[in-house]
Design a protein around this ligand. Structure first.
Ligand SMILES: [Zn+2]
Length: 126
């Protein structure tokens, strides 16, 4: 399946818009297009790395069968994984028996909470 330049441009426009809205300015965001479906009912997925602040967003074939509004919401969802990555990482560490200290978990939760607060109420602390 050959993608039209306008399709990629639209995705780039949304990435740029939501990168700003979600305060992800320091993140490197890469979008990879696939002409197959990874899993049924999965139009997009991602691999965020919060240590090095980059994310690969994978857009699958079925993505294009959704409305523009739905497509944009999928991009927003994948970008939100940048925000939740630290708590997800802590959770999987705990599941896998790796050491996560109470202090580390508290810091992760407070950082995540403040990020959400900043998005919901930009300039709230100024
Ligand atoms: Zn997800």
């Amino acid at each position: 399946m050959k993608l039209a330049q306008s399709q990629k441009s639209r995705i780039n426009k949304w990435v740029k818009k939501w990168k700003k809205e979600l305060f992800l300015d320091q993140w490197k965001i890469y979008v990879k297009y696939h002409d197959f479906n990874e899993k049924e009912d999965v139009p997009a997925s991602c691999n965020p790395d919060s240590d090095y602040m980059f994310i690969d967003i994978h857009v699958y074939k079925s993505f294009w069968s959704f409305s523009l509004k739905e497509q944009e919401s999928f991009i927003v969802h994948e970008l939100c994984h940048c925000i939740t990555e630290s708590i997800a990482s802590n959770s999987f560490d705990l599941l896998n028996g790796n050491l996560v200290t109470s202090r580390q978990l508290t810091k992760t939760i407070e950082n995540l909470t403040q990020r959400i607060a900043n998005i919901a109420f930009p300039g709230g602390l100024n």
